[in-house]
Write a protein that binds this ligand. Structure first.
Ligand SMILES: Nc1nc2c(ncn2[C@@H]2O[C@H](COP(=O)(O)OP(=O)(O)OP(=O)(O)O)[C@@H](O)[C@H]2O)c(=O)[nH]1
Ligand SMILES: [Mg+2]
Length: 318
């Protein structure tokens, strides 16, 4: 009874936009506490209003600085902002978080801004699920814009930003690996590309290269803009904020926002189910000595992997 009351109190406070309640709720998710999942279940019908904006790109290109500058723009337009930084490289977590604290420091005392970092460990279904749950909580707490920052040039981080309504790829002169990843199709084409640190002499070359890669892609109704910014000075940031709004309006009017969200949510359900299934299978392996025996038979080449998988699934079902 007392516990139920405490829970609904947290829900109420979260829905009313209380920052501490939001922080507490995200910690529950991060610690894989069932109360966190329960909370998301309760507030889910109230979500879907915020703009979810993913920013991704190689380390050190200026993503956090850019988000800090964008936050300033959004606050000037009287929008409430949440920032979620995902840090998959836990080894560097401390330094990166400290850096972000400095870069976003001017917003820490602002009631309309909520900033949170998340490390990659724990959480059912892994980081990308925890990220989505946290974004849902931010959305439910009444934020107008939710920025999700992920580091990288590869696949995993794109999975995360996939949850975004608008995906911004941030590069800087010299981010050649990302161009290669785009060219090779390893990385999905983002909605907006930013070349930050545009005071660098190689900026024009970089923009040309990106344009070249984009021209190879299919022609679609949204032409991916390539913007130049100098986040540290706030230059080009207003234009970026404008493009984000434009993109949002575009996908809303084309109906692709609904499509995109439907696709993301379907994937989400499948990923969660798959993660739970995997846990269950691993549990079977741990609990049932005959399953380890089954795996040993594969190692001894008495049983092929596919047949063993069939048997394993049968046992987990039974
Ligand atoms: N010269 C220059 N430096 C910048 C600019 N924007 C950011 N920086 C600097 O680049 C460094 C990295 O900036 P961050 O915003 O932390 O970059 P990040 O992409 O968030 O970095 P990670 O999260 O560690 O991947 C900082 O020292 C910034 O001050 C810019 O436009 N020009
Ligand atoms: Mg950062």
């Amino acid at each position: 009874m007392a516990k139920a009351a405490a829970k609904s109190d947290l829900t109420e406070r979260l829905l009313s936009g209380d920052k501490r309640a939001l922080a507490k709720a995200i910690s529950l998710i991060e610690n894989d506490d069932p109360a966190g999942w329960e909370l998301v279940r309760e507030v889910y019908p109230k979500t879907g209003k915020a703009r979810i904006i993913g920013l991704t790109g190689p380390p050190g290109v200026g993503k956090s600085t850019l988000i800090g500058a964008l936050t300033k723009e959004m606050r000037a337009a009287d929008r409430d902002v949440a920032v979620l930084s995902i840090d998959p490289s836990s080894a560097f977590t401390k330094g990166a978080l400290l850096g972000d604290r400095i870069r976003l420091s001017e917003h820490f005392l602002d009631k309309g801004v909520f900033i949170r970092s998340m490390a990659s460990r724990g959480a059912l279904g892994g980081l990308s699920e925890a990220t989505l749950q946290a974004a849902l909580l931010m959305d439910a707490s009444g934020k107008d814009d939710v920025f999700i920052e992920t580091v990288g040039v590869g696949q995993a981080e794109i999975d995360i930003v996939d949850h975004g309504d608008t995906v911004v790829l941030v590069l800087m002169p010299g981010s050649g690996d990302s161009i290669q990843a785009l060219k090779a199709g390893v990385m999905e084409i983002p909605d907006i590309i930013v070349v930050n640190k545009s005071d660098h002499p190689l900026t024009d070359t970089m923009v040309r290269e990106i344009r070249g890669v984009l021209s190879l892609g299919p022609r679609v109704s949204w032409k991916v803009p390539i913007l130049r910014t100098e986040a540290a000075k706030g230059e080009g940031v207003a234009e970026l904020a404008e493009k984000i709004t434009e993109h949002r309006e575009h996908i809303e009017s084309e109906g692709t926002l609904e499509e995109r969200r439907a696709r993301n949510l379907r994937n989400e359900v499948l990923e969660l189910a798959a993660a739970r299934m995997r846990r269950r299978l691993e549990g079977t392996i741990a609990d049932d000595p005959s399953v380890s025996e089954l795996l040993d038979r594969v190692v001894r080449r008495e049983l092929d992997p596919a047949s063993a998988a069939t048997e394993l699934l049968e046992r987990a079902d039974g």
